[in-house]
Design a protein around this ligand. Sequence first.
Ligand code: FAD
Length: 291
Amino acid sequence: MSQDWDIIIIGAGTAGLPAAIFAAERSDKVLVLDAAPEIGGTLHLSSGQMSGAGTRLQKEKGYDDSPAQHIEDIMRISKNTADREIAGLAVDNAAETLDWLESINFRPLPEHPVKGQAHEPYSVNRYVWGEAMGKSILAVLKTPFEKLVESGKVTLKLNTRVSELVQNDQGTVTGVVAQSESGSTETHTAGAILIAAGGYVANGAMYKEMSGHPAYGDHSYPYCIGDGLNLGLDAGGTAWGHENYLTSFGCVMQNYDVPSKVRWRQIHWPERRTPWEIYVNVHGKTLYPRR
Ligand SMILES: Cc1cc2nc3c(=O)[nH]c(=O)nc-3n(C[C@H](O)[C@H](O)[C@H](O)COP(=O)(O)OP(=O)(O)OC[C@H]3O[C@@H](n4cnc5c(N)ncnc54)[C@H](O)[C@@H]3O)c2cc1C
């Protein structure tokens, strides 16, 4: 069967942009669809903190590290709740990914890599982020992505929300149905479809259903409404892992009309401020700080 595209990427955000750049190395029939009026997804908001073991930067600065140490740190910090196989996939490819980002001009802060600050520290300095946080990553992805769009190797359609995956009699996903900017419905077929449509944090009902409590804080990208997850589920997929979701804490909200913007956020990391609180779990046991 002839296909319109070699690959369709649903979502031009953190995952979708690099996926399109690499897909275009092998094909000039790459279609990227995004529901939003601009590319970038959650990179517009994210802190952009990334870790990789065995990076060129670590070697340059004399930090000895390996994916094996990285995964052990993840299992220790997550109290063995991380999926070792999936986390391992990310960890095994992380150094190469960070080296690639640097090769396309991503610049970590001068004192990096560091051990981190948003969770228990790693055992080795392996965290980096740029001055403009998530936007530093977006800035370096934008240039090669836009060049590929200009050259015609990648076709980008913004304001185009995918609503359905097309499946053949065997259940194989062969295309997508999307609502275009003009309001018309369009169908595209491809040899491969990548769902990179982000999470569900901007969908209050789905958030509550998945996590068991309301989404109190509003710091989500408004297009992350769970479409990707629903597309996968409707095509026969399964969702798991939401029980491991860990919220931020130590914030004062602007109002009780949740989800609400954050008015004030407490610095609760011992690395940045000596704590004068003790955090306990439901059993009254101290989890933090651990220094
Ligand atoms: C405030 C904040 C700080 C964070 N800090 C960090 C951090 O420091 N380090 C870290 O690793 N992670 C961090 N994260 C998490 C991280 O940003 C996300 O895990 C990551 O961006 C998800 O990437 P993604 O490509 O899956 O989704 P996104 O980057 O959100 O991209 C999804 C794209 O899909 C599009 N889309 C959605 N539905 C459809 C549809 N139906 N059809 C077409 N397009 C659609 C959206 O418009 C969007 O462009 C942070 C998140 C937030 C909100």
